[in-house]
Design a binder for this molecule. Structure first.
Ligand SMILES: [Zn+2]
Length: 401
């Protein structure tokens, strides 16, 4: 049930008093902050899109479905509050049935400048889950059936996700604590290294550490899905080999199309698929560029999709747009160091900086345009079903326990 979502008008933290119980930040429009763009279609294609939106289970493998402040110079203050505001209304207009919500990730700077502190991660998670508990439209997803139920009932299943494992420090049991608090997917490292292994910005990738092997084993036993989107190539290969279950590369692209550590070389993409894993295509500004599209847009994003699909097969690709409700480029400028923006995109050619990614500006627009683009390019119903959700569900059925 991609359409007609059962949204009742709830806004984030409606149970509190703005300005009294928490600092209020003016938020931009969730949809329409910038000019909306929808892939143009014929009347017949429009009909097919609506039909597919209704019958396919559509899951975003990576997103940040929250508002950022309209005044981006206040983003540090906003993040110090540790209280992100989900945009329920805009999500109710998306085609999504499931969304992996990555919370504050590299910008979880509540008590520290550099983030990833255990207490901060728990505060971020706890406040968001408290907010979710006060409404009915978004289901906190704990098992695969919750996604199927969301699809049947016009709701959205939100899967709490953490992009890197730095906050485990040297405590393997924290995997279980996070699972207990609802986390169902975790990255091994963010772009910088941690006690588990090497991140993608390192010059010397030392591979998975002894502790990293223990964490992979524990994640397999607990039933938490593993992600290596921000992990160095050698460490990723070690994780794929060590894990008894398939893993995700939830938000990335093909380095063969664009020279950037943020994207994956063919051998890593192939190894992930050979183990049964799924690769989600990334749409954050200036990531999935190509020589054909030096201004980031839906066509360059889809070039990465088609390249990876041809390399590893349609059963191993999906979408992890990594979008948000607010000025994503402004966020990158503010958080260049935390997000390692300058360290990862070497660039095949000089590219045009865009103010936003046309057609993929936020989770709602991205979900609608991904389906529209696939219909416009004559993908079969069966293939569309696979890449929107069935491939992800197959892995989750195997991984989550
Ligand atoms: Zn990321």
């Amino acid at each position: 049930m991609g359409l007609n979502k059962k949204y009742d008008g709830y806004k984030a933290y409606d149970y509190l008093e703005k300005g009294k119980d928490y600092v209020e930040f003016k938020t931009p429009k969730g949809i329409g902050r910038v000019e909306e763009y929808y892939v143009p279609l014929s009347a017949e294609e429009e009909k097919r899109v609506l039909d597919l939106a209704e019958k396919c289970i559509f899951i975003s493998l990576h997103d940040h479905p929250v508002f950022f402040p309209e005044d981006m110079s206040r983003v540090f203050e906003y993040n110090r509050e540790g209280r992100q505001l989900a945009d329920y209304e805009s999500l109710s207009k998306s085609y999504l049935d499931g969304i992996f919500d990555n919370l504050m990730d590299g910008t979880c700077t509540i008590s520290s400048k550099n983030g990833w502190k255990w207490n901060d991660v728990l505060q971020d998670l706890g406040l968001r889950l408290c907010d979710l508990a006060h409404q009915d439209f978004i289901i906190r997803c704990e098992k695969v059936e919750d996604i199927r139920r969301a699809h049947r009932e016009g709701k959205l299943a939100l899967i709490p996700t953490i992009e890197g494992g730095a906050m485990l420090e040297n405590e393997v049991d924290r995997v279980e604590i996070l699972y207990g608090f609802g986390v169902r997917l975790m990255g091994i490292t963010y772009s910088e290294s941690n006690s588990l292994g090497s991140g993608l910005k390192e010059k010397n990738d030392g591979g998975l550490t002894a502790l990293g092997y223990k964490v992979v084993e524990r994640m397999n036993k607990v039933g938490m899905a593993i992600d290596c989107s921000h992990v160095g190539d050698k460490t990723t290969m070690d994780v794929i080999e060590a894990s008894t279950k398939p893993i995700f590369l939830s938000h990335c692209g093909a380095r063969a199309l664009w020279e950037s550590n943020r994207l994956k070389p063919d051998e890593v993409l192939k190894a992930c698929a050979a183990k049964g894993g799924v690769i989600g295509i990334e749409a954050a500004p200036h990531t999935t560029l190509t020589a054909n599209n030096l201004a980031h847009n839906i066509d360059s994003f889809m070039e990465h999709f088609e390249y990876i699909k041809d390399l590893v097969g349609i059963d191993h690709v999906a979408f992890g747009p990594d979008t948000l409700y607010g000025d994503h480029v402004g966020l990158h400028h503010a958080f260049t160091a935390n997000l390692s923006i300058d360290k990862v995109n070497k660039g095949t050619l000089p590219y045009d900086e865009v103010e936003y990614v046309k057609g993929l500006e936020n989770p709602t627009e991205a979900s609608i345009n991904i389906l529209r683009w696939l219909v416009k390019h004559n993908y079969s119903d069966e293939d569309i079903k696979k890449v929107l959700g069935e491939n992800i569900l197959r892995v989750l059925e195997e991984v989550w326990v």
